[in-house]
Every structure is written in C-alpha cells, then in structure tokens.
Design a protein around this ligand. Structure first.
Ligand SMILES: [Zn+2]
Length: 255
C-alpha cells in the first residue's frame, strides 16, 4: 500500500481505536463491561449521541462540555484519541511490513491504556499485561522484527530485572510493573526491552527530579513508573534500532 494512503488511514484508525481505549481506561479499573452499555456522561449519566462521540472533533465542537449537563469532559479523552492517532501514523511511517504494523498497533494500544490507567489509578491491570505477554510472544512468529527466542528472552529479562528491582527496593514498584516489563520484552525482544528500561529510568528520574525541585510533588508522593515504561517502550519500538546503533558507536569510540 502506498505510504501517502497508509499514513492518513493510520490516523483515522488510531483516532477510532483511541476512542475505544478511552472506554477501556474508564471502565477496566471499575470492573465494568467494555462493550455495553453505550457511552454515558459520567456526571449526568446521559447517553451520548453518535455525533458527540467522534474522536477529538466532538470534544472541540462541544468546547469540552457535556451537551446535556455542561459538566466538563476530561482532557484525557482528546489527548488519548489524538495521541493514539499520532502513534499509529508514526508506526506506519516507521514500519515496512503490514504484519509488523498490525503488531505495533496492538502493542501501542496496550501501552496507551496502561499509561493512562496507571496515571489515574496507580495500577497496571493484569487484564492487559498478561494477555499482552502471550500476544507479544505469539506475534514474534508472524512478524519480521524479532524471533521467538528474542521474545522469550525479552519476557525473562524484562520481567526478571523489574522483579529484582522490586525485591531490592522493597516497595515503590509493584508486581504490575514487573508484568509490564515482561510484556515489553515479549513485543520488543530482549535487546530493545533492556534499552527501553534504561530510557524509562532516565526519563522517570528526570521528570521526578523536576516535580520534586519545583515542589509539584513531595518526596513521599508516589509517582507511577508505568507511564515512563510505556513511553520508553513506544519510543524504542519506533526508534530503538537507531538509538542502539548510535549508542554503540559512541560507546565504541570512547573505549
Ligand atoms: Zn452530562
């Protein structure tokens, strides 16, 4: 398929999937069904018309307010929709095979949902990570990026390193992070999963330092690590090979 067509199609698909991810993000931590009933305003309970449910467009048209009761709609809705659309398009731009693109979309969708749920509820649901580990492993047989051995080693490395961190740190990080680490390994393979963990630690450390020094967060406030793992995974999926190559070149020059 020509790229000029694939990228706009990916934006459309990403916006639609992003709209569904908003349902997952709201309902999964509340143990509600993902398919029924129709979407409602959380404030007044009014059912949404189809035209109030168009990704990003409806939020702008309604100026971020419910048509029935005027309650403000969370910014998360358009951010997740636009963010997923952007990630799907980047994946289409960075991927050469359609099977790899499909696998990338599945992984990115899981990462968006995990990041948003962890930010809001400080949990990483097993209902995403456990199927994610299996889907990631099985997809290694279909795609061209990594072998099933890379994927299996990734599960062990990603889950194992975070397990060690949990044991050594005695709190601060939970079992949800470990299962996310294993899922990252399943999709990325062990090399890129290790790189993603490294990027997540740098990113998380920088943001935590910024939040602490500006006083937005206090030392004892928990800062969820899941969003950093998710962001680093998405970045590594898209640009990991280049980053790894660059890193190894710089490192080998300095030795
Ligand atoms: Zn309402």
């Amino acid at each position: 398929m020509p790229r000029q067509l694939l990228v706009p199609l990916s934006i459309l698909a990403g916006a639609i999937i992003g709209s569904f991810l908003n349902v997952v993000i709201f309902r999964l931590p509340r143990h509600e069904s993902l398919v029924a009933p129709r979407s409602r305003c959380p404030a007044c309970g009014g059912e949404l018309h189809w035209f109030d449910n168009i990704p990003v467009v409806s939020f702008l048209a309604l100026r971020g307010q419910c048509r029935a009761c005027g309650a403000s709609i969370a910014w998360r809705y358009p951010i997740v929709e636009a963010g997923t659309a952007g990630l799907f398009a980047l994946a289409a731009w960075r991927t050469t095979s359609l099977i790899d693109l499909g696998v990338a979309w599945v992984f990115l969708s899981a990462l968006v949902a995990i990041a948003a749920i962890d930010l809001e509820h400080q949990i990483i649901p097993d209902r995403i990570t456990l199927p994610g580990i299996i889907v990631g492993f099985l997809s290694s047989f279909l795609g061209t990026r990594i072998s099933w051995i890379d994927s299996l080693l990734g599960i062990l490395a990603g889950g194992g390193i975070l397990f060690a961190v949990i044991v050594l740190s005695g709190g601060g990080m939970g079992g949800g992070d470990m299962k996310l680490g294993a899922m990252m390994g399943a999709f990325l393979g062990y090399k890129l999963a290790l790189l993603a963990l490294f990027v997540a630690v740098l990113l998380g450390g920088a943001v935590a330092l910024g939040l602490l020094t500006t006083g937005i967060r206090k030392r004892k406030d928990p800062i969820p690590f899941g969003p950093f793992l998710a962001a680093a995974s998405a970045f590594t999926l898209l640009w990991g090979k280049e980053l790894l190559g660059w890193y190894l070149r710089v490192f080998s020059l300095s030795v």
